[in-house]
Design a protein around this ligand. Structure first.
Ligand SMILES: Nc1nc2c(ncn2[C@@H]2O[C@H](COP(=O)(O)OP(=O)(O)OP(=O)(O)O)[C@@H](O)[C@H]2O)c(=O)[nH]1
Ligand SMILES: [Mg+2]
Length: 261
């Protein structure tokens, strides 16, 4: 998930390659009814169910691109059997859902939550991965704004949640250093750098930063698609959030115990 153009589809393509190199299976589902072409193999495509263009061209519905997208996602929720039929999952299968970028889907509409609840009811473990373009995080105020959008998504979905800064490979060396400060941010000194003219707003900024700091609510991981280690760290964090592989260990232990008996 994440704002338009934050790199969601590119993340899916990078992960598809990475999984291949690890010899691990991974299936990617396109949930964006407006998507056009893909740089990854698509296991299931929401456009087989509904397409944004068709909705926008419908003379009775009269939707623009954003209203049309919401209509499409509500249609998906009304037709969840389509999704379930397309997710014939084996044990330990790993799916990535490439989601649309409109932020309203995550922070106040119920559709994405309904979707994650459906996946959980089908016995999937679900982790939210929220992407923000690192090029927009280089200033304290923009960083706090990125944290808040990730946070509102996390609170709305109530699932394990990982926040990622994308396009690190595009940053000049100097900005890369600066971005590192944002991976483990000192929110209070950040608040000081954002002083406004109005004391009232300064206090508000301070309190927002304090809140983020007190609860360590959002920590970003850097995602550099040109750096294998950075991809690995992101994947490990998601695996941990999903408790991926824990059952495998249990099965091995059970097997050993059986043999001893
Ligand atoms: N260099 C570089 N370019 C990236 C990276 N991630 C995305 N891009 C580029 O950024 C643009 C948008 O990336 P997408 O992956 O399409 O973004 P998206 O979030 O799927 O966009 P929407 O689906 O339209 O919301 C494309 O031109 C990508 O090639 C990255 O990590 N590094
Ligand atoms: Mg996309």
């Amino acid at each position: 998930m994440g704002p338009a153009g934050s790199g969601k589809s590119t993340y899916c393509a990078t992960m598809a390659e990475h999984f291949k190199a690890l010899n691990r299976r991974c299936y990617i589902v396109n949930l964006d009814p407006a998507a056009e072409d893909f740089k990854y193999p698509v296991t299931a495509d929401v456009r087989d169910l509904i397409q944004l263009d068709d909705v926008m061209e419908d003379h009775e519905l009269h939707f623009g691109p954003n209203g049309g997208l919401i209509f499409c996602m509500e249609y998906v929720i009304k037709n969840l059997t389509w999704l379930q039929e397309n997710l014939e999952a084996g044990e330990d299968d790993y799916f990535i859902f490439d989601c649309p970028g409109q932020i309203e889907l995550y922070n106040h509409l119920p559709v994405m939550r309904q979707l994650t609840e459906a996946l959980q009811s089908w016995d999937f473990r679900v982790c939210g991965v929220f992407l923000v373009d690192s090029q927009f995080l280089g200033e304290s105020s923009k960083f706090v704004s990125g944290v808040l959008s990730s946070l509102s998504c996390m609170i709305n979905l109530e699932i394990p949640h990982i926040s990622i800064m994308t396009k690190i490979d595009l940053l000049p060396k100097k900005s890369k250093k600066k971005i590192k400060e944002y991976l483990d941010p000192d929110m209070l000194s950040m608040a000081e750098t954002m002083n406004h003219h109005s004391a009232k707003y300064n206090k508000l900024t301070e309190m927002i930063c304090q809140l983020i700091d007190d609860y360590s609510m959002v920590r970003f991981l850097a995602f550099d698609q040109s750096d294998e280690d950075s991809i690995n760290i992101v994947l490990q964090n998601i695996d941990m959030a999903l408790q991926y592989g824990e059952d495998l260990e249990v099965q091995v232990k059970d097997f050993e115990t059986d043999e001893q008996e």
